[in-house]
Design a binder for this molecule. Sequence first.
Ligand code: XIL
Length: 336
Amino acid sequence: RESLAEHARRSGRYFGMAVKSRLLREDKGYRAAVARESNILVQEYELKRGTTEPKPGQYDFSGADQIIDFAQAHGMRARGHTLVWYAANPPWLEPAVMQAGPKDQRRLMTSYIDTAMRRYAGRITEWDVVNETLEPNEGRADGMRAESLWMKAMGEQYIDLAFRRARKVDPAATLYLADFGLEHDSPRCERRRTAMLKLLDRLMSRNVPLDAIGIQGHLKPYKEPFNQRQFADFLHTLSGYGLKLAVTEFDIADRGGPPSPEKRDREVASFAKAFLDVALDNPAMQSVLCWGVSDKDSWLSKYPEYKWPDGQLSRGLPLDGNMARKPFWDAIASAF
Ligand code: XIL
């Protein structure tokens, strides 16, 4: 049968996966699945600054290079994840930022934008420039993440600076602002959607050069309900700003679902379909990327919040632990 990449291509879109260079090197089945199913790739962690800049100004892009080379060799696009984030930073960064004066604080942020974007100019065509800026639970009235080192150092201006710098360094790249918790019909997501729209109003009023919104798409159907109409309206509001859209980290936490894997697979698939039908109904939607390749390598099978306490694999990705397609796969194929 046609691959997910072929299904995506026929609808003028891209389908892809977050990958790890070690598995591309060592696991033939993994490599073959990625090559077959994807026409866009992203690094699961290998462009996060905690990986690439272990010491100030000393870079290691070896893992990211392998992923980008693989993408190029297979005629795929690549996105970059991520330039400015509160998490996954090297331990030296936050203290350095907190001790620096305003000019050096800015430089400590833009130096990574410069280095990573220049290195991959023309090969990485879209970037998560700023990741996860919202956290209404931290109590700020505007819903911004108060505990981000960048927020503490510079206030919201860090977002403006990041996008302006990114535009300058690689004017051809598509610049994304990405966040999670925008999908469900829950008070948590409602607060986050509101905060996102208010932030966009401010960014637009300051002419911040932002091209697209990344909807991460880490779904939790057994914790929070989903409402197609509500999510469609939200995406419509975003695209109404003239922004492109992508689902950048799609997966479904199945913890709390029925114990029977067959039954769970069917439920997870129908949930995926309900979500993607809405996402792909919006003409601004460019691509869908899953956060991982198979259940075996998924963070859902390891992360404390999502993993099953009895050690079984989470089944929240299109391929199972043996790289076999499952109902989740069919859901994606039919949604394109
Ligand atoms: C996750 C990775 O999948 C894990 O392996 C790592 O331990 C933590 O980060 N939102 C993001 C991603 O933007 O970078 C995160 O990736 C998942 C949530």
